[in-house]
Design a protein around this ligand. Sequence first.
Ligand code: GLY
Ligand code: MN
Ligand code: MN
Length: 447
Amino acid sequence: MIKNTLLPAAEFCQRRSDFIQQMPVNSIAIISAGKEVTRSNDTEYPFCQSKNFYFLTGFNEPDAILALVKNANGQAQSILFSREKDALQEIWHGRRVGQIAAVTDYQVDLCFSLLEVDEQLLPLIEGKDAVLICQQGEPAFEQQVMSWLADIRKAVRTGAKVPKSLLDCSDIIHEMRLHKSSAELNIMRQVNVISGAAHQRAMQKTIAGKFEYQIEAELLHEFARNGARHPAYSSIVAGGDNANILHYTDNDEALNDGDLLLIDAGGELAGYAADITRTFPVNGKFSHEQAIIYQLVLDSQNLAIAAIKPEQTFAELNRIVCNFLTQGLYDLGILKGDLEVLLAQRACKKYFIHGLGHWLGLDVHDVGDYHANAQREQCRPFAANMVMTIEPGIYIPLNDKSVDEKWRGIGVRIEDNVAVTETGYENLTVNAPKTIVEIEQLMANTK
Ligand code: GLY
Ligand code: MN
Ligand code: MN
């Protein structure tokens, strides 16, 4: 098991081997680790590894470089470049794996110090037909690769051969990341249970007069004490009308009796994200109107989840949910007009203003193509071991004068994480209370 990854080195070896299979012959892939990011002056944000690099190595130090070589005869080699051991730096800033342990523990073929990268890498690039990199917002690293190519070009008159193509290999890695292994699914189950417990704790600790940030602290406490030291994304703790701001993260207002509280929060465990939303009443009891909107959203979510199976698509799930929510909002008098027209227009989108879900994995909005068509419908057929969120919502801002006052200020989203199985689905979000009865019982028993 590689430290902090919860996965054996063999799984990372297999990924590198699967990736190399998909490389053209006589090519080299050069993948960079993340960099430390300054927060202010001489302090940094907690380090977050580049997820593509992490997926192929499990190696969690900044600045490293992975070179995957596929020779003309198909022979392959994986070579890591990492920070050298340095007693003084390690006393100040923490331990480094170093080159010897990188080979034994991470099972790369070779590891060199970053100080040797030019010397070791240039001969590996020279003579290849193609260089593969991840072109995704890392201009400094792309510049570095261009500069290595320029160095080789300087020697063409003495016979050096410069690779002719620079290819983006993100798609290869993203497709691999989209299909989870059973070990990855296990981690995603665990981080969901940890995050579900955090939502339970938030419900138990919520009371009018507390501040949103106090509930955020309860979530972070529960994540961290179970090994998910960092949230997968900034937690949204949105009381009352704040729920109608989709990415509300100020989390600095007092919670009011009679309001709902929307919490969208998930931990990150061994790099894998949970992304769970629950909405519940601050005082532990849904009002009549809150319960009606909540039940509508919940029923739509259950419909969508029940329809998940191989070959299903987000496009079809969106159609199911939009029909249901449009009909429901029409029945409540919130949408007015001709029902057939409203259904055809997907009129619920006035109040359900985001997508139904997204892939989930090492990133919260995970990588992987959605096969969106010209109408922006996501037509990719699901397959076993893909993981996604299902997160319908209804948001009726306080200032929406087009609806009866009694509905205004209600914002509800319910979000679960679901894996596709061979025959249907597995809901990974098993312990975050979701029905009105479950929520009211939990909150009643802890006041
Ligand atoms: N937490 C972000 C999202 O639900 O997509
Ligand atoms: Mn989500
Ligand atoms: Mn979310």
